[in-house]
Design a protein around this ligand. Structure first.
Ligand code: GLA
Length: 655
């Protein structure tokens, strides 16, 4: 892809050919061509057809289908086919089925029924991947390898004895001695000392609160165990064709920084809920993450629903405008293709009520008309492929800190990292600020503003880097319950907020979290806003107090602060300010940092020489810019109608 595939804005979807016969395949190939499909994902759930009996491979039917598609000019994103082990596999290797924390072995009959640490599962997937690579590795249609499918979708962890043994190996490699493990896990607490690694088990169902460091290591191990499955397959694939595995947007359980480093191209499956009027803002945030995972490299939207899904309690379809704007939004935020689940709607099985590019109603349906129309429209955006965005503002995303934040027995159990970051992202989205997500190891110097809605786990090394970032002129904004523990979830000594005390120029005497139904008032720059979730009893040091609590027991005490340091400043927000409160605060920060806000009223993003204007609202929006609108093929008018979009190439209006 990227590079090799410049100028193809991919369009297509998952195709599950085993649900149909060769006659339908031929009809589908012709219809795909009619719709402008450039690439099809094949084989995701084909294992039982590709290997009907152990080590007996039947790939001929797939070869015929790939030839058929290629004959119609359609490339293939070829799955290794390992996402759903066949019945013969689980009957022969019943211990490869996953086990829950409560000890329930999950049965065959759905998908993803495997223990990530199972040596039999890994060996079987390696063999199938090897056969696939041998047979199809040099086929000109194969443009992308798709390993497994949505790792962690249903099974993110397994508690069986094999996983326990793998966990112990992982721990022994990390700690070397059981004394080191005892110290790090704080096992003097509640008499949890281990005499040897052999005594350690996964954090299964427990009578009371578990050991937090054990749980944090378990999260790390579980992400690594699935990553090892990915690596096992990857090792079988030939060099030359890029490799991906489809991510699940901003997913908690897998450390996607680690994963993305082992892919050639990031791909995402995105399912914004059409019933949620703000779903496009969450989608924008997820797409920014996908663009960021490999440092701004274009990515692929590998799955989205053409309309309704089948797995929510109520599955509302997409309007034409929601579909089109949602698809263009992914491209605006770095995608070089829009793919779907799935090409043809299933007749049977758990997903038969899921929408498809070719609905049950066939070519007579509105859905089909939309599939054809968007396929045509997408060809107009081919020149956008490969273009990159730049950002002045970054948000720190650290999976270690996310996992640690959501452990048990905290001052509040209501904190969810994804909700905190979404709350902060909203007002920035409204101001059309481009956001990069960055890991804790990133070089921050290129960003004028760095946001950390929460950094519960902050290492001393990170704190030092944040200090030099601010001293060098950066603006750091951090939220409550940050800076407090090290990488082992041990409290930093000396009081709160731990290693961020000096940088923020304050002390927190005590956390004062808010019950769910009890908001607090905060006075900030002459306005009063609502705060939820959290409060701190702040004792200001060198910081300036920007906002104070205006109600409740902390009335009159600081709520929002700013500490100048060098030529930058570190800002602290001790409650979850309402949307308008955050908009006000961020407005101040951005102005001080010299980050210009875009015009409001529509979603506006830049990608290289192209400006995308997406109007999610009900009124026309004027965004005057000189240029050529790729979507209309004419000079850009400066106005984008409700539910409409423009993709403007900078320069002369007359092309
Ligand atoms: C995920 C899976 C697909 C399908 C869709 C349905 O994205 O990867 O196989 O189940 O969900 O929305």
């Amino acid at each position: 892809m990227s590079g090799r595939e410049r100028n193809v804005m991919h369009y297509g979807g998952d195709y599950n050919p085993e649900q149909w016969g060769p006659e339908v395949w031929r009809e589908d190939a012709a219809l795909m061509r009619e719709a402008g499909v450039t690439m099809i994902t094949l084989g995701v759930f084909s294992w039982s057809r590709l290997e009907p009996r152990e080590s007996e491979y039947e790939l001929g039917w797939l070869a015929g289908l790939i030839d058929l598609l290629w004959g119609h000019g359609i490339a293939v994103d070829l799955a290794t086919g390992t996402a759903s082990p066949p019945a013969w596999f689980v009957r022969k290797y019943p211990h490869a089925l996953p086990v829950t924390a409560e000890g329930v072995r999950l049965e065959f009959g759905s998908r993803q029924h495997y223990c990530p640490s199972s040596p039999e599962f890994r060996a079987a997937t390696a063999r199938l991947a090897r056969e696939m690579a041998k047979r199809f590795g040099s086929h000109p249609a194969v443009r992308l390898w798709h390993i497994s499918n949505e790792y962690g979708d249903h099974v993110t962890e397994c508690f069986c004895p094999v996983s326990a043994e793998d966990f112990r190996r992982w721990l022994a490699a990390k700690y070397e001695t059981v004394e080191a493990l005892n110290f790090t896990w704080g096992t003097e607490f509640w008499s949890q000392r281990y005499g040897s690694f052999a005594e350690v088990e996964p954090p299964r169902a427990l009578p009371g609160p578990g050991n937090p460091t054990q749980q944090l290591d378990w999260r790390r191990f579980s992400s690594d165990a699935l990553l090892a499955c990915y690596r096992t397959e990857r090792a079988e694939l030939p060099a030359g064709v890029p490799v991906t595995t489809n991510f699940m947007s901003m997913m908690r359980d897998l450390d996607y920084w680690k994963w993305a480093a082992e892919e050639d191209i990031v791909s995402d499956d995105a399912y914004p809920d059409p019933a949620d009027p703000l779903a496009h803002i969450t989608a924008a945030m997820n797409y920014d993450l996908m663009r960021s995972l490999r440092g701004g490299q274009p990515w692929l939207l590998l799955e989205q629903a053409p309309s309704a899904v089948s797995w929510r309690s109520v599955n509302v379809p997409k309007t034409d405008a929601q579909y089109r704007l949602g698809s263009l939004q992914a491209i605006a935020r770095g995608a070089d293709g829009v793919m779907h689940f799935q090409w043809r709607a299933s007749k049977a099985g758990a997903e038969k009520w899921h929408s498809a590019m070719l609905p049950h109603g066939g070519t007579a349906s509105r859905g089909w008309a939309r599939t054809v129309a968007f396929g045509r429209e997408l060809t107009r955006l081919a020149e956008v492929t490969g273009a990159r965005s730049t950002a002045d503002v970054a948000i720190i995303l650290d999976w270690d800190s996310w996992w640690a934040l959501e452990l048990e027995e905290h001052p509040s159990q209501l904190l969810r990292w994804r909700e905190l970051v979404r709350a902060w992202y909203g007002p920035l989205w409204e101001k059309n600020i481009t956001i990069d997500f960055v890991p804790v190891t990133a070089d921050l110097t290129g960003y004028r503003v760095v946001l950390a809605p929460n950094l519960y786990l902050t290492t001393t090394a990170l704190a030092a880097r944040l200090e030099s970032y601010v001293a060098g002129g950066g603006h750091l904004v951090t939220g409550f319950f940050s800076g407090l523990v090290d990488e082992h979830d041990h409290v930093h000594p000396g009081g709160y907020p731990g290693v961020l005390r000096d940088l923020l120029g304050l002390r927190i005497d005590e956390f004062w979290p808010l019950p769910a139904s009890e908001p607090v008032q905060v006075e900030l720059a002459g306005s009063v806003y609502t705060g939820t979730l959290w409060r701190d009893w702040i004792v200001p040091g060198t910081c300036e107090v920007l906002g104070s609590y205006a109600s409740g027991v902390l009335r009159g005490r600081p709520a929002v602060t700013r500490n100048a340091s060098g030529s930058g400043a570190a800002w602290y927000v001790s409650t979850l300010l309402s949307h308008s409160g955050l908009a006000d605060l961020f407005g101040r920060v951005l102005a001080e940092a010299g980050v210009p806000s875009g015009p409001a009223g529509a979603e506006i993003t830049r990608r290289g020489d192209y400006t995308f204007v997406l109007n999610h609202g009900d009124e026309p929006v004027a965004v005057p810019l000189p240029g050529f609108d790729l979507l209309t093929g004419a000079a850009y008018t400066g106005v984008v109608g409700p539910g409409d979009a423009a993709v403007i190439r900078a320069g002369h209006a007359d092309e």
